[in-house]
Design a protein around this ligand. Structure first.
Ligand code: 3HC
Ligand code: NAI
Length: 700
């Protein structure tokens, strides 16, 4: 009997329990334990049927992803062997699923002869989200049970589906409420009474035959996947494997599935996506804030300022059913802000995203006020007024006077020093930055900015709050722009310089889009609006060294009144009522003229140079951020870029991508750039050090 897999007998039914916390992953020890328990049950003449289920929270989250690339992944018994053994069993085997059956976990269940699922269970094959395909028969058995179109949907989208849906498509035989082992035993006893024997999935060929000779099903799916999962290999590999299932004998096709799986696991894309998976989970681990730190309660919230951010932040809380009081400077601004919130929710109803009842509920969560006294009982206050230090300081001293002891006082500032703001209060330990990204009710990233004196429980509360808001919280330190925007500035700076040197906005945007970002820098700037960047640059003008290269190209666009999409023109022009950027001759003329004024001879710029010029300095800035301790680890920076800026997940984030390329390559390119373009390109000390040692950011 193995510790991670246990077996017990209940009359004629043997119950095999996978008990390997936290998610019953199917690592080597579990696979071995399953074979042992299964052999025992098969050898035992008293046993007539077998139930497999998971202990604690779930059935199984699938293969142990940490084993990938290690020897253990290839150490027998392989998962395929375990599943084959189950499928070949002469006694019926029932999978009783509760919680989650994902990836290899669901593949294990597909190998069982019958499947039951708890009403609230979720089932799926999310392998493509890790850059791989189901590698233990999933692409072969699932289409046999649910048909090819439904299998394509499940495998290519990689989502976990509710049990009811799984039941409707024939993946699950019966739903149950309550304990999985009990439901499994009851079902197995029924099978015994009915003399219902094993029912191997591999022999169920009706669906497979129905799809044979219909290559158009797969062609259509390929086109869709190329569009939706731009640049990603795994969805196409999965489609290939399902097509094999339709056209080849089972044994041949499952062997090919393994080959495709191995090819995917070894790819950089899969390494990047697996890195992203663990990076997202590591981000909440803060060395000096133990996970046992009790968070403060956040049952009510106040937001100060009902402009762009105040509206979004209020909606983020309302969407999580947390009541919000929003305070404005005057009645007119308050009415305008609240009306905008209502309009946004109405438009969600029109688009079918929420029901009218949901709208009424979330709107009822938000109330307006002009009185600070009304904020006295808020557990958390988020300030989102104009980006002016003196104004924010004045607001924080007022909050200090009115708020209950223990209330968390947060600012949404994107550039100001939180320590200065905190110092105006008698409780700097309660002050923190909550840097939401616009639109705040939609964007997943929340930079949580820790001041010098911010309390550990305040940080723990902010991290927990991010989860409540369904956001990904990343703890960062105080510096101008924090992690995301500070790196963004280096990226944008080079994009502007490239225009001066010979590129056009549409060329830069295309190179970055083809790299995998949802859009290039100029399309993004037009979407966000050019005013904020303009104000920041004006603000920084006094601190810029006189010999530092500076491009005023965007300032000139702003001064023309072209403020981006909202004014119908920015870097691009926009037909009335559309959001489709169109190249504008006027901008091209202005760019060419700028080069001439700077005596720069315009040259051909390759897409490769665009990628290197924009992304290497961004990584270099990331290295400085790590050096200064502004981010805890390089994978946190990756999470900021994955969730805040759409860095392509199949490249893992900028710091992971840098490691794939090699810190030595990035470093020598930065040295070259420094010689050609000046000291803004000076390599960070950390980058130089890692390059010298032959190490990557992930090795720190
Ligand atoms: N392998 C290794 N570790 C895993 C894991 C897996 N398959 N799934 C989760 N974990 C770890 C997490 O890293 C985390 O570790 P930590 O506590 O040290 O940070 C811990 O388990 C708990 O995970 P979550 O925080 O994600 O727990 P939740 O309860 O929020 O979510 C879940 C549960 C929905 C199952 C989620 O963990 C998940 O989506 N897991 C991955 C599912 C998946 O992609 N399966 C396919 C694996 S590949 C495969 O099976 C190949 C096969 O085809 C051969
Ligand atoms: P905004 O100009 O749209 O809104 C500011 C609001 O604050 C206005 O409605 C104004 O009436 C109100 N206000 C001003 N003084 C006030 C006072 N004394 N009391 C109460 N309300 C007052 O500005 P926006 O874009 O919402 O920015 C707000 C804050 O969020 C700034 O600190 C900004 O740096 C930060 N931020 C902005 C982002 C963006 O993309 N716009 C992203 C992340 C942070």
């Amino acid at each position: 009997m193995s510790r991670v897999v246990n077996c017990s007998e209940h009359g004629a039914v043997a119950v095999i329990t996978i008990d390997s916390p936290p998610v019953n992953g199917l690592g080597h020890a579990v696979r071995k334990g399953l074979v042992k328990c299964l052999s025992d049950a098969l050898d035992n003449n008293m046993v007539e049927a077998i139930v497999v289920h998971g202990a604690d929270k779930m059935f199984s989250a699938g293969a142990d992803i940490k084993e990938f690339g290690s020897e253990l992944a290839f150490t027998p018994p392989l998962l395929t062997e375990v599943i084959n053994m189950i499928e070949a069993s002469g006694k019926p085997v029932v999978a009783a699923i509760h919680g989650v059956a994902a990836g290899g976990g669901l593949e294990l269940a597909l190998g069982c002869h019958y499947r039951l699922a708890a009403n609230n269970a979720r089932l799926g094959l999310p392998e493509v989200t890790l850059g791989i395909i189901p590698g233990a028969g999933g692409t072969q058995r699932l289409p046999r049970l649910v048909g090819v179109p439904a299998a394509l949907d499940l495998i290519v989208q990689g989502k976990l589906n509710p049990a009811l849906e799984a039941h409707n498509i024939g993946l699950v035989d019966e739903l149950f409420e309550g304990n999985a082992a009990d439901a499994g035993i009851a079902y197995a006893n029924k099978l015994i009474v009915d003399a219902a024997g094993p029912r191997p999935t591999r022999n169920q060929n009706a669906h497979i035959e129905a799809a044979r000779g219909k290559p158009e099903i797969f062609e259509e799916y390929r086109l869709g996947a190329q569009k939706k999962a731009r640049g990603m290999h795994a969805p196409l590999a999965a489609i290939e494997s399902i097509e094999n299932a339709v056209n080849l004998p089972f044994d041949e096709s499952i062997e090919k599935e393994r080959e495709i799986f191995d090819r995917c696991v070894e790819s950089d894309q899969s390494k990047a996506m697996r890195h992203a998976f663990f990076a997202e989970r590591t981000v909440s681990k803060i060395p000096d804030v133990p996970k046992e730190t009790p968070p403060r309660k956040v049952d009510s919230v106040a937001v100060i300022g009902c402009g762009t951010m105040g509206q979004g932040i209020s909606m983020a809380f309302a969407n999580a059913s947390i009541p919000v009081k929003v305070l404005e400077a005057d009645q007119e601004a308050l009415d305008a802000g609240l009306a905008k919130i209502e309009k946004t929710y109405n438009s969600s109803v029109e688009k079918g995203r929420i029901s009218t009842e949901e709208r009424d509920h979330v709107i009822s969560m938000i109330t307006g006020t002009l009185e600070y006294a009304d904020l006295a009982d808020a557990d958390l206050v988020v300030e989102a007024v104009f980006e002016e230090l003196e104004l924010k300081k004045a607001i924080f001293s007022k909050l200090d006077q009115v708020c209950n002891p223990g209330a968390i006082l947060a600012t949404n500032t994107s550039t100001l020093d939180i320590n200065e703001v905190a110092a105006t209060t008698s409780r700097p330990g309660d002050v923190i930055g909550l840097h939401f990204f616009s639109p705040a009710h939609i964007m997943r990233l929340l930079e949580i900015v820790r001041g010098e004196k911010t309390g550990a429980d305040v940080i723990a509360t902010a991290m927990a709050l991010a989860k409540m808001l369904r956001k990904t919280g990343v703890l960062v330190g105080v510096c101008e722009g924090f992690v995301g925007n500070r790196m963004l500035l280096a990226y944008l700076r080079e994009a502007y310089f490239l225009l001066e040197e010979g590129a056009l906005p549409q060329q830069v945007d295309k190179a970055i889009y083809d790299f995998g970002f949802p859009m290039g820098p100029f399309t993004m700037l037009d979407m966000a609006g050019l005013t904020v960047g303009y104000l920041i640059r004006q603000h920084q003008a006094g601190t810029r060294a006189t010999d530092e290269r500076y491009s005023d190209i965007e300032d000139r666009i702003v001064e023309m009144g072209r403020l981006g999409q909202k004014t119908g023109a920015g870097w691009y022009k926009y037909e009335a009522g559309t959001r489709k950027p169109a190249a504008d001759d006027m901008i091209e003329e202005m760019i060419v003229e700028t080069s001439a004024n700077l005596s720069i001879k315009r040259r051909e710029i390759s897409n490769q140079e665009i990628i290197e010029r924009c992304l290497y300095p961004l990584i270099n800035e990331g290295a400085k951020i790590l050096e200064e301790g502004i981010a805890i680890r390089s994978s946190d920076i990756d999470v900021v870029w994955l969730y805040g800026y759409g860095f392509p997940r199949h490249h893992g984030g900028p710091m992971f991508w840098a490691d794939l390329i090699g810190t030595d390559t990035i470093h020598s390119k930065m040295v070259e750039f420094e010689t050609e373009h000046g000291n803004l390109m000076k390599p960070a000390g950390l980058l130089e050090e890692l390059a010298k040692q032959g190490k990557g950011f992930g090795d720190i």
